[in-house]
Design a protein around this ligand. Structure first.
Ligand SMILES: [Zn+2]
Length: 571
């Protein structure tokens, strides 16, 4: 706020000087002035302007072209004609898994169409074979894939180890489930990671077995998958900077200049710090250490260093995960799934990952440190568990603003939204589910619940300021698709998923700009185009507020600008 106040005073001073002098020389020359296209500010007090002036990586002024050119156009000022394109604040990612972006470049995409080729088992195996052959991978080399979507498989018959063993007898293969909470392993991978008929299913875990036997069938989820995930190979020192930059370019290409790392392990954060110190960062990254590693990260990074960027990397707060995913049927509900469990279980309500006592302890620890908290909760039982933990940990003052974000809140009930309001919590929704997974949710949870998934309208009407995310690599990084899904709510099969929960394009944009800035406590410097804020900008080929709602997903990122410098330009 200090900086902004100073700039405002400077601005006022320059106006007075201009009025007093007959000379046209600008008092504060800008580095760049943008003109000639729609400038969408996401600032309700001044929703659109004709021109935007940038100096030293910050926004100097926003207003009428005539005024800005008179006051801020110096000899060295670059005037950029948008040529009818639209200028907006750059997008802020409220939840994804940044660290995964480092390895995506070296893994096989098996997302279901349109995000990838994984429409059935033969297509997935073919993609894996193609990758092996193109990269000439030797025998024994681990092959990893991401984005496997069980719900997209014809007749609901999922990928098994046997499907993979035919073509990959000697290479361990791990096909990551789209939820990121599990994977299908072939026999060589099971051998490498110690999964066999003798392996007991851990509490809160899933090991799908072959019918009538104890032999693992391939899919391993949740607590059974965690040790495998932890043991997966990480980049070496040489690759750290290179992979970090490649990962950040995926974000920059989608107009994102602040990325989220949604469940950071201590070793990963150490790597991120090394890469950042090595100059890898072209964007800001906010990391939320996972509850398993929270103490270890805190031991290396004292609490007073959290919340501040060093080399464009900051620790955002603590993260705890209370359930799985509804599409993987591991989301934790108060009522059973209509389709049973992932292993054929009856009366299946999903899995609780942690006992109440552990959740209460972690929430209280984070609150007592005064740090923000991110909670992964999809099903209503998981959300209830968190609300119980909050009522325990915040007993002295239930409504104190604590920057608490309930990530996904996918199947939040109306009475739980009321509690979010009372307790000043923020939902970060995942409206892409209305496209990617809603047809499955209708089968699993019934129409009524499926239609109220990610209920953004209900949240905003209650005065909440929700954000909206991709959960990358669960869904592709595509911010216009995020906006499209919040505005249209139409499934892959063309079903309207709770049209009463649609929001306006402007509201959908706020969920990835100003509300996301608030989620990080960065609303004074990001999220809208106002003097004093960072010049984190995105240029789109069209104004998403002016195209037909169904065409929003066709709007393309043309250029991404971080603190005044272009970091991405579409070819
Ligand atoms: Zn996530």
């Amino acid at each position: 706020m200090m900086k902004r106040a100073v700039l405002l005073i400077l601005g006022a001073g320059s106006l007075a000087l201009c009025a007093g002098w007959s000379s046209a020389a600008p008092v504060v020359p800008a580095d760049t002035i943008y003109v000639g296209g729609d400038i969408v500010t996401i600032n309700d007090a001044q929703p659109s302007v004709e021109a935007l002036a940038v100096k030293d990586g910050r926004i100097l002024a926003a207003g009428k072209r005539r005024d800005l050119e008179r006051e801020h156009r110096g000899q060295a000022t670059r005037v950029v004609d948008l040529g009818g394109k639209a200028l907006l604040p750059a997008f802020i990612d409220p939840h994804s898994h940044y660290f995964s972006s480092l390895t995506v470049a070296t893994q096989v995409n098996v997302f279901a169409p349109p995000a990838g080729p994984g429409k059935d088992i033969p297509s997935i195996v073919a993609a894996l074979r193609k990758f092996r052959d193109e990269h000439k991978l030797p025998r024994g080399q681990l092959i990893q894939a991401y984005g496997y979507d069980t719900s997209a498989m014809p007749n609901g018959v999922g990928l098994t180890r046997d499907d993979l063993d035919v073509d990959f007898p000697d290479n361990p293969v791990i096909v990551g489930h789209v939820s990121m909470h599990g994977a299908v392993l072939n026999s060589a991978a099971m051998k490498q990671f110690g999964i066999s008929a003798a392996t007991e299913t851990p509490k809160g875990g899933v090991i799908v077995r072959k019918p009538g036997s104890n032999e693992p069938a391939g899919l391993v989820m949740e607590m059974a998958y965690l040790p495998i995930f932890t043991a997966l190979p990480k980049p070496d020192a040489k690759q750290e900077v290179e992979w970090s930059r490649a990962g950040q370019m995926l974000y920059a290409a989608n107009g994102i200049t602040t990325a989220h790392e949604g469940a950071t392990h201590a070793a990963e954060f150490a790597l991120m710090q090394r890469a950042a110190a090595g100059g890898a960062h072209i964007i800001d990254v906010v990391a939320f250490p996972f509850f398993t590693d929270f103490d270890a990260v805190l031991a290396q990074n004292p609490v007073d260093t959290w919340g501040r960027y060093v080399n464009h990397l900051k620790l955002g707060g603590g993260k705890i995960t209370l359930d799985g995913s509804p599409q993987g049927r591991t989301g934790w509900f108060t009522t059973p799934y209509l389709t049973g469990g992932p292993g054929g279980e009856q009366d299946w309500c999903g899995t609780s990952i942690l006992p109440d006592e552990v959740v209460k302890g972690f929430v209280k620890k984070v609150y007592d440190l005064g740090l923000p908290l991110n909670v992964h909760a999809n099903g209503d039982a998981a959300i209830d568990q968190f609300l119980r933990a909050h009522e325990f940990a915040a007993a002295g003052d239930l409504s104190k603003p604590r920057r608490v974000t309930i990530i996904h809140s996918q199947f939040v009930r109306p009475d739980q939204l009321d509690k979010y309001v009372a307790y000043r919590m923020r939902p970060s929704f995942f409206t892409l589910h209305t496209f990617y997974f809603a047809d499955t949710h209708i089968l699993n949870r019934g129409r009524e619940q499926a239609f109220f998934e990610s209920p953004m309208r209900a949240a905003i009407d209650r005065g909440l300021r929700p954000t909206n995310h991709t959960d990358f690599v669960v869904a592709p990084l595509d911010q216009m698709m995020v906006v499209w899904s919040a505005v249209n709510r139409i499934s892959r099969k063309g079903v309207e998923i709770g049209p009463d929960q649609r929001v306006t394009p402007l509201e959908a944009l706020k969920a990835i700009t100003i509300y996301a800035a608030e989620q990080y406590g960065e609303e004074a410097s990001k999220g809208s185009l106002e003097p004093g804020k960072l010049a984190d900008l995105v240029i789109l080929d069209r104004n998403p507020l002016k195209v037909q709602p169904m065409a929003i997903r066709d709007v393309r990122v043309v250029e991404t600008i971080k603190e005044g410098a272009t970091i991405y330009r579409a070819k």
